[in-house]
Structures are given as C-alpha cells and as structure tokens.
Design a protein around this ligand. Structure first.
Ligand code: ADP
Ligand code: MN
Ligand code: MN
Ligand code: MN
Ligand code: MN
Length: 354
C-alpha cells in the first residue's frame, strides 16, 4: 500500500494507550532560522513544577539556519511548558529560547529582549490579543477547497461562513481549538476568513511575554493538527496574489490606564506615539507585508499611517464599542500573519510607554 503522509489515528491509538512506566515525554520546541518551528523529544523522570526545573538541551543549528556547521551547537533554554494534546497524559510541550555557545542570545531569539522590556513596564500591565490569520493548503500546493488549477467564486460568502461550498477545513480548526484549550493556551475564538481556505484564531488577552509564548505554541499546535490531516498551514501574508485578502496578525493592545475610566485619552496618546514610529514598526511587522498592506482588502497602505474608529482600512482601529465606552484597547492592523509576536509586542510597548 502506498504511504500516505497523514496520521493513522486508529492504529496510533493502540500504541499511545500503552503504559509509559511513569516516564514523561517532553517535546522541546523552538523558533528556527526562518520563522518556522522545530521540535524534538526527550524523556523525563518526573513532572516539572516550574520551567526552571527542566534541563537545558541543544540541537544542530546548522540544520535550522541558526548556526554555522563548524560551531553548530545551539542551546535550548526552557521558558514555559504546556500539556501535550497529542501524547496526552502527563506529557508536555516545552517552549525554549535559543542561545549561542558564547552566552549571547541566538539571532532568532527575540524573546530575550522582549522579556526585558515587558519586565521594565510590568506596572502598566500591557495586555495583548493577537488575531492569527492563516491559509490551509493541500500537499499539492492548492488552497484547501479551491478547484484544482482554478479559482473559486469571488470573495463574499466565505467570511464566518457555513456550508460545504463555503467553509473548507473546519475539522482542522475545531481540532486545533480543542487542542489549545487542553494545552492551556489562552485562545479566545476562531472564525472563517474572507478568502476561502483562510481561517483565524485569536489568542488573548495575554499579559506581557505570555502573548508571544502562547501564540508560538498555538502555531505549533496548528502545524501538528494539520499534519494529522495531511494538510499544510501557511502563514504567508499574501498567499494568493490578486483580488484575495491577505493574512494578518491584528494586534490588540491595552495598558491598565487604557482600560480604566476615561482610558480613551491614553489610547489616543498611544496612537500619536505610534504614528511617529510608523516605519520602525513596519520594519518588524513581517516579511512580504508590502504585498498585503496595499490600502485595499481591509488594510491601510504600508507607507502611510492612519487611524480611525471602526475603520478597517486604517493602520490602527479603535473598535466602535471602545469609542462608545471611552475605554478599552486599540487594534494595530499592520502586523502580518508571519510576524514574530515577541518583536511586535516589544516595539508596541517601547513606542507607547518608553
Ligand atoms: P476583530 O473584531 O478585529 O475581528 P477579534 O474578536 O477577532 O477582533 O479579536 C479581538 C482580540 O482582542 C481578542 O483576542 C481579545 O482577547 C483581545 N482583547 C479584548 N480586550 C482586550 C484588551 N483590553 N486588551 C488587549 N486585547 C484585548
Ligand atoms: Mn478577528
Ligand atoms: Mn480577521
Ligand atoms: Mn482578514
Ligand atoms: Mn481584527
């Protein structure tokens, strides 16, 4: 029988139900040299109480675009762990920072400086909610549900859709949602997107460094769930050129001052500060974001900062209900789907609070 690259869940179940003799499988995961996620497993004798109980480990950074071949060992430092929805039981997923031999953070480690900034401004209690948009592809490179070699009908019926001719890949979305809840990810919702085959999940509100941690693990879970279904996840911000919506990572942001009575004043002040730093923000808001931020398809133009109440064509939107209540949060609509959330949350806090 030909090999099919998707999980045979019925057969696998037989093995996953075997007694694991008190040992724990820890899947160490990290961000690679190209914004992807990698992982490998080690056996633990006991369940950790804190991430700091977990051993440091290493990997071959020359195989992940993170180190040269002649000095290839990159160190994995555990920073957070979550329940593993794939292996179940006491098995865990361990999120790691990457460090070089000489004691410096690896070039891919944006968490380290983000964590420093978050601890500097901890008293402001910065909260984030990120809307992660993504596109599903079959292993032939066709968007899920699109006719082979062709295009579906124009956008309109697909956003928040139901029905077999509109919504493609819901099993994956449902499985991922439940996997996130099981793992302890602060996932706040999901919806089908404007482009068919495109979906969104929201993570938040998360305070400080937790935003990046939870989003990266949620992405990892999505890749793994989709793998079970023989489907590929793309975080490209404009996966299909033309009259098709791109994929973003709208970043909702608030400080304690913004959430309190009269917080709209702090929201406007933050927007003014972010306006001055537009180019600095765009520089860390994702690769190929110029293909997405065209000023069309519910985006503001990449070269021009704008803001407005309920305006989905602006760089920053103040949600209608926030304007009405006079407090709440703002939505930065510029970040692309392929951002590193550590870079985005760091610059947002730095620009608005430093
Ligand atoms: P949209 O209307 O833009 O599609 P969503 O409902 O998809 O918005 O996402 C809104 C996100 O904002 C959610 O992740 C939610 O947790 C987050 N959020 C809600 N309140 C706050 C807040 N005070 N500060 C930061 N994020 C918030
Ligand atoms: Mn949304
Ligand atoms: Mn969306
Ligand atoms: Mn969208
Ligand atoms: Mn949004």
């Amino acid at each position: 029988m030909a090999f099919v690259n998707k999980s045979n869940s019925e057969t696998l179940k037989k093995y996953l139900s075997l007694d694991q003799k008190g040992k724990i499988q820890a899947e160490y995961i990290w961000i690679d040299g190209d914004g992807g996620i990698r992982g490998k497993t080690t056996t633990l004798d006991k369940y950790p109480a804190h991430a700091s109980d977990l051993k440091e480990w290493n990997f071959d950074g020359s195989s992940t675009n993170q180190a040269p071949g002649d000095n290839s060992d990159v160190l994995l430092r555990p920073v957070a762990f979550f329940k593993d929805p794939f292996r179940g039981g006491d098995n865990i997923i361990v999120l790691c920072e990457c460090w070089n031999n000489d004691g410096t953070p690896n070039r891919t480690n944006y968490r380290y400086s983000c964590a420093k900034v978050m601890s500097t401004f901890v008293d402001h209690h910065p909260w984030f909610g990120i809307e992660q948009e993504y596109t599903l592809f079959d292993t032939d490179g066709q968007v899920l549900g699109w006719p082979k070699g062709g295009y579906p009908g124009p956008q309109g019926p697909y956003y928040c859709s139901v029905g077999a001719s509109n919504a493609f890949g819901r099993d994956i979305v449902e499985a991922h949602y439940r996997a996130c809840l099981y793992s302890g990810i602060t996932i706040s919702g999901v919806n089908a997107e404007v482009m068919p085959g495109q979906w969104e999940f929201q993570v938040g509100p998360c305070e400080g460094i937790n935003m990046g941690d939870h989003l990266w693990v949620a992405r990892y879970l999505l890749h793994r769930v989709a793998e079970d279904f023989g489907v590929v996840v793309s975080f490209h911000p404009k996966p299909i050129p033309g009259d098709w919506n791109g994929a973003g990572c709208h970043t909702n942001y608030s400080t304690q001052a913004m959430r309190e009575e009269g917080g709209i004043k702090a929201i406007h002040e933050a927007i003014e500060k972010m306006a001055e730093k537009h180019a600095d923000h765009i520089a860390v808001y994702g690769e190929d974001n110029d293909k997405r931020l065209t000023g069309r398809h519910e985006t503001g133009h990449i070269t021009q900062f704008s803001s407005g109440v309920a305006n989905r064509g602006a760089s920053i939107r103040i949600p209608r209900h926030v304007a009405a209540e006079g407090k709440g949060y703002l939505e930065d609509r510029r970040p692309a789907s392929n951002i590193d959330p550590y870079r985005v949350t760091e610059i947002v806090v730095n620009s608005t609070l430093a």
